[in-house]
Design a protein around this ligand. Sequence first.
Ligand code: 5GP
Ligand code: MN
Length: 334
Amino acid sequence: MKPIEEIKPLLETPKKVVITMHQKPDADAMGSSLAMYHYLIQKGHQVTVISPTNFPDFLKWMPAADQVIDYESSTDRALQALEGIDLLFCLDFNAFYRTKNLAPHLEKLNCIRILIDHHLEPQPDFEYGISDTSASSTAQLVYETIYKLGDEHYINMEIAQCIYAGTVTDTGSFRFASTTAAVHRMVADLMDRGLKHEVIHQAIYDNFLENRLRFLGHSLLNRMEVFYEYNTAMLAIPYTDLKRFDLQTGDTEGLVNFLLSIQGIKLAALIIDRNSEVKLSFRSKGNFDVNAFARKYFDGGGHFNASGGRSTDSLEKTAERFIKAIEENEALLQ
Ligand code: 5GP
Ligand code: MN
């Protein structure tokens, strides 16, 4: 893969561009994609952002979020936008299967593929890009890319807001180890450009409905299990709970982190029956590698301390498999 700055000549003449991200995008996937969108349109390109699926309501405030095509609900429009494109930007994911049903369409495109991502073990399918697993967020990599291309004068308020949103969420509000001095310098730069950070925090974190909080209480009270001998906590959520509390896309985001706040807990797992499949989210503290864990047991991956996976077994069977897996990893969890 050639370094990202080598795309500079490609951007000198107007191009037809699609930017896409992983399914069920979070604030980093959406924020980095929309930041890139606001940059590329200023450069005179024809740009469409496609999300493989719908996305949470708490991201709809993002500038130009209303322009994003949801492949699942607007398949024809999405496929039309992909026709004859010159450049495909893949943001915040590095393996095509993460774009779900959009994947086969992306794989057969005859265009230049560009990766901007911070997950481990990228697929070798990209001509240009940056894959930096030490980066706090893909949003930070978009910011750095704009600088590398000598285009920092294009960083306007839309871009600043999108980059901040991706970074604040992926760093757990600037608490994870990935929050380097460079991250703080970037935020200072965005604030110098006029960014109002408290507005973004409120838009992301103070925008839920009552039912989401009641679901949280119900889950922590009734669905949590703690395995002190393995320093592990698990939350297994049946599909009936999702229905009962009328949960929407994004409402379970951040739930897994509560488990890690229990003293001594090193591994947290959130297992949710989404009806079509069972999705797993893993978080760890310290030296337990949940990327390797998710890859080995649950057909997934991600980062060293945050990863996800999936299972086609029932919720109960998946939870049993998880417990067996932590037993196998007992030594690593001490
Ligand atoms: P989350 O638990 O928030 O869904 O995901 C945690 C991290 O793992 C995110 O960076 C996400 O992109 C990644 N991730 C989640 N599910 C999967 C998966 O099935 N495969 C891979 N490779 N990464 C995943
Ligand atoms: Mn990310």
